[in-house]
Design a protein around this ligand. Structure first.
Ligand SMILES: *Cc1c(COP(=O)(O)O)cnc(C)c1O
Length: 364
């Protein structure tokens, strides 16, 4: 069996280091907003190259609170993509704002920057862009547009820990960046977790309050916040894993390179890496018109694949209320063709060669 992800293997490799740390926290009896979270926030800031990081409960909460901290709500619009995980868009709607979808680039599957300007109007407050699959979006033109029209630039970097845009780590380029530590992400906790990053000191102070009931000091509340905190156990685990992130990302890049070479002559569209990009291959996504047949053939060979994502957000039942006629031809087209292959740091070269052979046999 070649599994899509293998977190048991990861724990086997880390348990010697993790077990005493976890035990120590349990024995100390301090679990929420303590030293581990503070240290991890500091280390994560250094890693991304930003001034401030704020640990929260999940990537979804990171996005929700980021938008909230910018005072974007009812009557406002945020430009984003439909080809993403649902929670990018949920974060906009949960704040009362309206998502405006633009199509994606057919090569990177990220936001098509040329489609943004004609969707900007007086209600537009922000661009929420997604570094999908671990490939950075083309950020310079986005920044220019945001500056020209006075919009905030928010980065959903939930799939792109360590990815770089012209040498800068993504998440730290816009006004606010959001990360998820869901277990299967490139940097994952053993439970839920998330991080908001920013270079804006005022926003950071506000975000720290927002994640903790709008509290300035215990039982003194300046505004209504929520309970969304990274806990000490997860922070301690993430501190250990952060030290491995670069080598794990390098292994993912290495695996992608092997796939690239072995699948070159197949009837497939392979992922690309733009010249401005350092791709961290959260997902290695190929395209083929007979995607379903290929997926089933691989499953018969005990090879797990997944689809990210089969239905774009604008066609989800939960978004039928929007009732807008979106013209998103690239998004609509690729959803029926994409397939994510196993790509995690614990795959062996032999396994990747095997997967590639089975794909070659299946589609020629
Ligand atoms: C995982 C993910 C999220 C949500 O993160 P959670 O921690 O699961 O809430 C948001 N956006 C994208 C693109 C993601 O991949």
């Amino acid at each position: 069996m070649i599994s899509f992800i293998d977190l048991k293997k990861e724990y086997q490799l880390l348990c010697k280091e993790l077990d005493p740390l976890i035990r120590n926290i349990l024995e100390n009896g301090f679990f929420v907003l303590g030293n581990e979270v503070e240290e991890f926030e500091e280390e994560f800031s250094q890693y991304i190259g930003v001034k401030k990081s704020i640990g929260v409960n999940s990537g979804s909460d990171a996005l929700f609170l980021a938008i909230k901290s910018l005072k974007i709500g009812i009557g406002d619009e945020i430009i984003t993509v439909s080809h993403t995980f649902i929670s990018t868009v949920d974060a906009i709607v949960r704040n009362g704002a309206k998502p405006v979808f633009v199509d994606i680039d057919p090569e990177t599957y990220c936001m098509d920057v040329s489609k943004i300007e004609k969707n900007i109007n007086k209600n537009t407050k922000a661009i929420l862009t997604v570094h999908l699959y671990g490939h950075p979006v083309d950020l310079d033109p986005l920044r220019e547009l945001a500056n020209k029209y006075g919009l905030f630039l928010i980065e959903d970097a939930c799939q792109a820990h360590g990815a770089e845009y012209n040498g800068d780590k993504v998440g730290g380029v816009g006004d606010i960046g959001c990360f998820s530590f869901y277990p299967t992400k490139n940097l994952g906790a053993y439970g839920d977790g998330g991080m908001i990053v920013t270079n804006n000191h005022e926003l950071a102070v506000k975000l720290k309050m927002l994640r903790n009931y709008g509290q300035t000091e215990k039982y003194y509340h300046d505004f209504i916040g929520i309970n969304s905190r990274l806990d000490e156990l997860q922070a301690a685990i993430l501190r250990v894993k952060l030290k491995h992130l670069d080598s794990w990302n390098n292994r993912r890049r290495n695996i992608a390179k092997i796939y690239d070479e072995l699948l070159l002559d197949c009837d497939l569209i392979l992922p690309i890496e733009q010249s401005y990009a350092k791709h961290v291959y959260h997902l290695y996504v190929i395209r083929n018109k007979k995607r379903e047949i290929l997926k089933n053939k691989l499953l018969r060979e005990d090879i797990q694949t997944q689809i990210h994502y089969p239905i774009p957000v604008h066609k989800q039942k939960s978004y039928s209320v929007l009732k807008s006629n979106y013209n998103l031809p690239v998004t609509d087209k690729i959803c029926s063709e994409i397939l994510s292959l196993p790509n995690h740091p614990w795959l062996t070269d032999e396994q990747i060669i095997h997967v590639s052979e089975m794909i070659t046999n299946a589609i020629g």
